[in-house]
Each structure stands twice: as structure tokens, then as C-alpha cells.
Ligand binder design. Sequence first.
Ligand SMILES: [Zn+2]
Ligand SMILES: [Zn+2]
Length: 327
Amino acid sequence: MVGEKQRHVERGIRGIMQELMGNPYALETVYISVIVFAGQAQLFVPLTDVCMFSMPSLPVGSGTALAEGLKLLMRELDCSVTKTTRENKGDWKPIVFLFTDGIPTDNPDATIQKWRNEYANRATLVAVSIGEHANTQLLCRLTNNVLRLNKTDDASFSSFFSWVTASIEMSSASLESSGDGEARLPDASGINLEKVTESSSYKTKEDGLILLGQCAQKKEYYLLRFSDAEGSSGDFVLEQCYRIDKESYLALSGKQDVAQHVSSDRLYGKTGASYACPCCGNRVCLVFCGDCGKISCSDGHKAECPWCGNAGVLGTGGAIDVARAQG
Ligand SMILES: [Zn+2]
Ligand SMILES: [Zn+2]
């Protein structure tokens, strides 16, 4: 997840925390943990008391390794949640929200089976497709609670996160009274949240694409987000560039991404728009290396590829195979 959607999720989680801090039940009972996954999974915030929780900016990575995310979740359920034994009353059943907007780039079949067999009854899993591109069929194999946020504008996100907050509050309150049982989910009518079943369709083709660039001067990384050109011609139009943190990007991205390639003559900027490098302000952020096919920025005169050191001819056009970043 990158760009606006990611900022919405960050803001959403901060909003949830603020709300829970004002709720005496939640304050006493709720602990939060955040796992992120792209090409790899990371325990981003370990299980923390609500009042100690602070939400850093979410990292960005290439890939959607659902299996890795689930494996880490299962490990966390093993280590951080205390089971009830005959002698000890353990923790309450956790509620897990899985947010995803992409098609898995790994094969999660075996992991989903393991989840179903050994973990499904130990947590209430709510899977949420952000937009129409998550593989909801796959998510339905994980849990009966699969929802889709159809619109991803400000108002939809804000009402959606209020609903997530209400789910957490409801489950903490119901646990307070009954001490056990399945978390109940609040009514989702009135918000753009649709209950999805195994037979619901989803879009199998991602909109647009994301490419990785490196600043020729500062050697920092940035992402270039393209949308599909009108008329589904197979061309892409550059919409936005984001500067990203190189270290966390590398840490979260897949070690061996399945290379998806796109020809550089399919990539366009909008006429008259300016696309400066988000790291150094160089005039152009979309220059291809004729040697390695990777993208960097240029002031329009000097051109040395920061990826491979090639100082030869770099172009903004012509057909060069460019490796795609994933999800
Ligand atoms: Zn630059
Ligand atoms: Zn190069």
C-alpha cells in the first residue's frame, strides 16, 4: 500500500487510539499490535497497552506476501497471547484486522490451511479489502468476516475507521461482561463497507503501476505512481512521485521479487506537467538507464545512472524494459 491509501490507514489507526484512550473499558482491556507486510513481514509495533501506543509512519515495500504476514501473525499469537489453562485465566480472544489492497505475490495456500486448522478459533479475524483489487476469494478461505471498502476517499475512510473503533470497543465491552466468546461486529450499514462472500467478484488486474526510482544526486529512493492511460491502450501516465525511506523499503521488500517488466515506451508524463525529483528537486524524475533499465532523476544535462554507474546515454523515451515494483 502506498501514497494516499497508506496515509489514510495511518491516520485511521491514530484516530482509533485517540478514541480508545477516552474509553475506560478499552483503557483497561485493550492491547494493540501492528504487523506490516509487503515482500516480507515485520512486527512493526509489538503488543502494547493502549495508553503507551504511538503510531509511527507506516513503511513502504514492494510485494504483497500474504503468507509471510500470516506466519508472523501466528507466531505473535503463540508468543504474545497468554492461553487459558486450568490454573490460569489467559488473555481474551484477540480481534485481528487484516487490511490489504493487492493480489498476493506469494502462494499462501499452505499457510491459509494452517491458519484454518490451528489458529482460526483462537482469534477473530476480520479481513478488509481496501478498494476492489484484493483477492477476496482467498480472504474468504481465511475467515467468514470479509469486508470491502469500496470507496477510498476521505469520508469513506473516516467512517470505516469509526466502524473499526466501534468493533474494538464492542468486543472489549462484551468480553468485560461475558468473559468469553466471539467478538461481535457492529452494524456496517450507512458506510461504504460491503460484506463479501466467496462468490463475489473482484478486479484481478491492478490499476496503473508503481515503479522505483533512485535520486542520482542523493542516492535516495522514490516511487513513481502511474495510472492506466485512457482507452486501456496499455500505456501508463505518471501521476505522482513519493520519496520513501530506502532502508525500510529494502527491509520490507521481497528478496527475490518475481520481475514484472514494462516497456518504457508505455510510460508517459502529462503534457505540460512538471515531474521534479522528490529528493533533490532535479528537473526530471523519469530517466531510464540504457544499461540496467532502472529509473533515476536528472537535471536534464548530466546523466549518470546511480544504480549501475553507467554514464552513457540515458533517455526519457525509447523502449527500455523497466522492472516493476509490486503492490
Ligand atoms: Zn534527485
Ligand atoms: Zn543503470
